[in-house]
Design a protein around this ligand. Structure first.
Ligand code: NAD
Length: 255
């Protein structure tokens, strides 16, 4: 198949998602980015992507909503005619950190719907379309990259919901990799460590201290572009015989 490839990055208008979308645009993808805000509020991000030469589509959708997920995938196929890379990046940290003994079911349920149910069922929708499409130049029908977290394996007792959601994303990666391999769709997990974004704005001083004390072997915060580079390598189909793999982008976390 000749022609441009298309990617969908959830939560792609800021932070890690924007870093990923920019790298994909630089790698020659047309890019659909998803967010919850009105288009005029995310125009700066859309302009940055357009400046990379990509055709850009903004999908305003809540990934926790099944209707929104369906509409988003439909919009991508209407605009680009195919989907080569789905990057499940959107996610939230708990509003309030609560010890396991005090955590509420409401907060748990909300977080799981966004961080786990959203990507799991968006993958299902995307996969059904990917397996119907002709293979790309790289011989693949599609790639799914799940952005999880080092919290998938490192327990934090004041945000158990987040850890469980990311451990679930790690297992979802294994499950989808196993289910989709026969169709030429590869599924990977990228596991960031401490990345400077809005999500970590409230813990800047704490992690400045921890990094200075040797939390990571590379003594700095990670950036959205660090994650974007890893995702782009996977999304471009550079790997083969490697589905289900995990790439750590954590500067060599020493935990
Ligand atoms: P961020 O808060 O800057 O960005 C999160 C993005 O997800 C935003 O664009 C937001 O609008 C979007 N989003 C949230 N809920 C959504 C919903 N229901 N529907 C659609 N979009 C929604 O955070 P970030 O640091 O860029 O995080 C991106 C991903 O990386 C998340 O999955 C997060 O768990 C993960 N992660 C972040 C770090 C870190 O240190 N920043 C570390 C490990 C993993």
């Amino acid at each position: 198949m000749a022609g441009k490839k298309a990617a969908l990055v959830t939560g792609g208008t800021r932070g890690i998602g924007l870093g990923v979308a920019l790298r994909l645009a630089q790698s020659g993808f047309d890019v659909a980015v998803n967010g919850r805000r009105p288009a005029e509020d995310v125009q700066d991000a859309l302009d940055q992507l357009t400046a990379q030469g990509a055709e850009v589509l903004y999908c305003r959708a809540d990934i926790a909503s099944a209707d929104d997920r369906q509409r988003m995938v439909d919009e991508v196929f209407e605009r680009f005619g195919r989907l080569d890379a789905l990057v499940n990046n959107a996610g939230v940290a708990p509003d309030v950190r609560a010890d396991l003994l005090d955590a509420s079911e409401e907060s748990f349920e909300r977080l799981i719907r966004i961080n786990l149910q959203g990507p799991y069922f968006l993958t299902q929708l995307a996969a059904k379309r990917m397996i119907e499409q002709a293979p790309s130049d790289a011989g693949m029908r599609g790639v799914v990259v799940n952005v999880s977290s080092v919290s998938a394996t490192v327990a934090s007792v004041n945000r158990g919901d987040y850890c469980i959601s990311k451990a679930g994303v790690a297992m979802a990666t294994q499950l989808w990799a196993a289910r989709l391999a026969e169709y030429g769709v590869s599924v990977y997990e990228v596991r960031p460590g401490v990345i400077r974004t809005d999500m970590t704005a409230g813990v800047t001083e704490k992690y400045d201290r921890l990094i200075a004390d040797g939390l990571t072997v590379e003594p700095r915060w990670g950036t959205p572009d660090d994650v974007g580079r890893a995702v782009a390598v996977l999304a471009c189909g550079e790997l083969s015989y490697a589905t289900g793999n995990v790439i750590l982008v954590d500067g060599g976390l020493t935990l």
